[in-house]
Design a binder for this molecule. Sequence first.
Ligand code: AMP
Length: 368
Amino acid sequence: MNIGVLGGGQLGRMLALAGYPLGHDFVFLDPAPEALCGLGSHLVAQPDDARALAELASRVDLVTYEFENVPAAAARTLAERVPVYPSPAALEVSQDRLHEKTLFRSLGIPTGPFAPIDSSETLATAVEAVGTPAVLKTRRLGYDGKGQRVVGGPDELAPAWAALGKVPCLLEGFVRFERELSCLAVRGRDGTVAVYPLVENHHEAGILRRSIAPAPAATDQRQADAASFARRLLERLDYVGVLALELFEVDGGLLANEIAPRVHNSGHWTIEGAETSQFENHVRAITGAPLGSVAPVGVSAMVNLIGGWPDPARLLAIAGAHLHLYGKAPRPGRKVGHVTVRCDEPESLAHGLAAVERIVSEGLPRAT
Ligand code: AMP
């Protein structure tokens, strides 16, 4: 099939790398001429360019996205011409933190306290409902910790809201989590659901640095809860494709933070660490093929390469290490690749991960 993808970053590239062996071809819509480094066909245009959308629809059998901040109107326009998976409705929910958290609540999925802020009058009611410390987030267009402010006390809320441009926001209680987890799940066109093992995620400055999968010491109960939350979301949204659910683990269980309606950075380990990668399963789901097994193959750790990368030979010398460079120019804060270490036992994984971390922390970012 010819698959259209809105967005042309590394997630699209890895989707294509998984989809070509299954006989599919890809057309990407992305405004950056250098996106994807020659993989697939590339329409260089903004995602709201009507002519480009019409051309994309005429060239593909179905459309998906690798980036959730594409205009929902673009997805809807495309959906009038070709199937779009996941649906534009699922995309829209994930674009607005208030809608997302309201959906969690309506499905009985626990969250921390939250309240919307859309005017000066709502500041006081929100802080009363949520308390402090809190995190103020823009409802739309936030990612990698952007569009967020920690609010230490009630007096800090008004300046924080002003600093975010007084756009509609969500005030969330600051969650003192034990750790961050994510749950990647996939639903096929026939409604079949498969859920990967929970992943443990470590962020720094709001950016994912490292994932470990399966999440060490995750209880069966936690896994079952996460799978149940993911299944409820997939079914309510009549979702087709991979969905990522980000969670906080707290004393009493799991709290949902947000969803991404696409393959996710915390699922990159599945390329080597699961029977079927998240990318292949997304392609299988949207093309109506049977889903592949989501069983882990040993244990894995994924380290993001941010801002640059060390000498590849040093990383590749580590037993069990697999390097993925995205072909992107290095720039501070930019994800330019990742390394996955996959091993049969946790002990060898710990050694491999420590070796990767040492090299990544030592090496000056390289562009060659
Ligand atoms: P988000 O954009 O919602 O994924 O937030 C980025 C990161 O900020 C998360 O992965 C957490 O590390 C942190 N964070 C977000 N929301 C909260 C919260 N309500 N309480 C504590 N930390 C948070």
